[in-house]
Design a protein around this ligand. Structure first.
Ligand SMILES: [Mg+2]
Length: 182
């Protein structure tokens, strides 16, 4: 296993964004996500989900609800030949958090905390790693951590993001890039 990772935001990348997703029955996987992940695995990338979960901070659902959903999601991915190496999430929000969840945190994207965690835990080389996101905060985290490449799935953000990235319409475009550049 080489030391590079494909970092995946969750909402809007792995599953279709519906806003504060927390029920299994509301999960719809993005077209092409299984194939992208299988290709990345074959090319030696670890698969790491990095997701802001302000719904936990806001009290819309609990960390246990999140864990339950992710246990199910990992099973669905496994059935498609995809094994996640890690799921990192940030349950904090500096303004809208309730109680202990109201705080700044380096993990919250655009912070790079979750990417640095993969570097510590798996020896991931950030300079060889790739991020897929649908928000400018994903791009900022990727740029801040010095990742090799960041991809923005077009559609969620209304305007362009600052920073260095490639905008794509479909996950298949990222799969093609990995094939050609790994
Ligand atoms: Mg997202």
């Amino acid at each position: 296993m080489s030391g590079k990772a494909l970092f995946l935001d969750r909402d809007g990348v792995v599953n279709i964004e519906i806003g504060y997703l927390h029920r299994v029955e509301e999960v719809r996987f993005l077209p092409g996500i299984f194939s992208l992940c299988r290709t990345a695995m074959r090319l030696g990338y670890r698969l790491v989900i990095v997701t802001n979960q302000s719904g936990i901070a806001r009290g819309y659902y609990t960390e246990a609800d999140f864990e339950t959903l992710m246990f199910w999601m990992r099973g669905e991915l496994r059935a498609q030949g995809v094994e996640l190496d890690a799921v990192y999430y940030c349950p904090y929000h500096p303004e809208h958090g309730v109680g202990e969840y109201k705080r700044e945190h380096e993990d919250r994207k655009p912070g790079a905390g979750m990417l640095l965690r993969a570097q510590r835990e798996f020896g991931v080389s950030l300079a060889d790693s790739v991020m897929v996101g649908d928000r400018c905060s994903d791009i900022a985290a990727a740029n801040g951590a010095g990742l090799r490449q960041a991809f923005l799935i077009a559609g969620t953000e209304e305007a362009a993001c600052t920073g260095r990235y490639l905008a794509v319409r479909e996950l298949a475009e990222i799969e093609g890039w990995l094939e050609q550049n790994s």
